[in-house]
Design a protein around this ligand. Structure first.
Ligand SMILES: [Mg+2]
Length: 154
């Protein structure tokens, strides 16, 4: 069985780079600073707990070009980094649609839990029959909500 975790807002604290999404948004800059995210201890604790019984798969809206940065960041913070699903190049669908598509592909392996900080992703996962937990330890700002729900970028 898999425990499927989002990255940003769950284990990675993106608040230091949200200013790039104010006004004229710079997605390049926003993502380029991902290596400097700090670890969110609540998320890391939940990963450790679920990793005792399940394989950990990451499901993030980060673009595919951040694969190496993300893998290195996860490993550097002592998190499992074997399985990582990133948003394919040019895929700007809203996060719930993109993530549900990936969850459907993973479903034959069994999904024990989906953990995400986007309540719309959680609602979509629950509606599709997957156990899902809202990561609510970091308040989502208007910038991030807009980015996820409307621009389909994270
Ligand atoms: Mg997130």
């Amino acid at each position: 069985m898999l425990a499927v975790f989002d990255v940003d807002g769950v284990v990675a604290d993106v608040r230091h780079r949200l200013h790039h999404l104010h006004g004229r948004r710079s997605w390049g800059r926003f993502f380029e600073e991902a290596h400097a995210d700090t670890l969110l201890p609540e998320g890391a604790a939940l990963v450790a707990e679920l990793a005792r019984q399940h394989d950990i798969a990451w499901l993030t809206g980060r673009p595919e070009w951040l694969r190496r940065t993300t893998q290195e960041w996860l490993a550097g913070h002592g998190l499992p980094a074997d399985e990582l699903h990133l948003r394919p190049h040019g895929d700007y669908r809203p996060a719930p649609r993109y993530k549900l598509d990936v969850l459907r592909r993973l479903a034959p392996r069994g999904i024990a839990a989906v953990v995400d900080d986007d309540d719309e992703v959680i609602q979509a996962a629950l509606a599709a029959g997957y156990p899902a937990v809202l990561a609510d330890w970091v308040p989502r700002t208007a910038e991030l909500r807009r980015a996820q729900d409307r621009d389909g970028r994270t």
